[in-house]
Every structure is written in C-alpha cells, then in structure tokens.
Design a protein. Structure first.
Length: 166
C-alpha cells in the first residue's frame, strides 16, 4: 500500500498542484524514507502553504528560480527574432507583417533548396566543405571564423546569464 502511495505521488499532475515544500518533502522521503512528512490523519498533505496554480506559474519570476533559468535558456535557444516577432506584428500592420513573414519563409526555403542542390552536386555534406567548394578557401575561412566568434559569444552569454541568475 505504501508503494502505491509513492507511485501516485510521483504522478506529474500531482506534482503540478503541490507546493514547493511538499515536493521537497517528497524528494526527501524518496532519498530517506524515515523522514516524517507533514500529513494529516488521512495521509493527505497539509494545505496551509499551498499556492494556487496561477500564482505558481504566472507570478513574478524570481532571480535564481527554476522558471527564470528555463526562460533564459529558452530565449537563448529560440533567439531574439522569434521572441520579438509579436512586437513586430504589433508595430506593423497585420497585412504587411504577414507579407514580410511569408516572403521571409519563401526566401529561407529557396536558399535551403540551393544549398541542398549544391551539396548534391559537389557531394559535400558538410557546410564548411560546401562553402569551400562553392566560394573557395577565403570564404571557407571567413565562415569558420564567423562560427567560432558566434560560439564564443553564446558561451559568454550563458556565463553572464548563469551569473545573473545565481
């Protein structure tokens, strides 16, 4: 019976409705089963410090919080372009924004099609080697340096965010 209780507590939907303290108690119990949990006579968690779902997921993001870390890493992964898209739709008219978005999508599709056809023609499936075959050694070195600077910038931004969060 105790094992069934632990299995039901491990359910993701149950965790979404529990407070941070209740989740920490559950983790502590998993690691050390002798720890006494805060439960009432029926084995249910106390509801004294319980936050609502809206407070938990839509409240202000605290510095160093898990939500803050996830948001920062998501914004780095998605890029500022995707996150700024709704603002641009607000600043431009809806019709013009849709035209620009469709044109950008077609341009990306066209350029990727050219890259695929070039890689098939030169039998080069590495981007750096493809640039070497199409544009020569100078452009290949420029591409490698550009990628190196980009990766270095990403690493620095991760460091800055991790310092700001902690």
């Amino acid at each position: 019976m105790a094992e069934d209780k632990r299995t039901s507590d491990a359910n993701f939907l149950n965790f979404m409705t529990k407070t941070d303290e209740q989740i920490q108690d559950f983790i502590n119990e998993k690691n050390n089963p002798e720890i006494n949990r805060n439960t009432d006579s029926e084995g249910q968690f106390e509801k004294s410090s319980r936050r609502s779902l809206v407070e938990r997921y839509f409240s202000k993001i605290e510095a160093g919080s898990l939500r803050g870390s996830i948001f920062a890493m998501s914004s780095l992964a998605l890029g500022t372009g995707c996150l700024a898209l709704p603002l641009q739709f607000k600043n431009m008219s809806l019709l013009f924004a849709l035209i620009v978005l469709i044109f950008s999508g077609l341009a990306a599709y066209w350029s990727l099609s050219i890259m695929i056809l070039s890689s098939i023609k030169f039998k080069s499936y590495d981007y750096s080697k493809l640039v070497f075959h199409v544009f020569g050694k100078c452009f290949s070195m420029v591409l490698d340096i550009t990628i190196l600077i980009y990766i270095f910038g990403i690493l620095i931004s991760y460091q800055v965010i991790s310092i700001c969060i902690n």
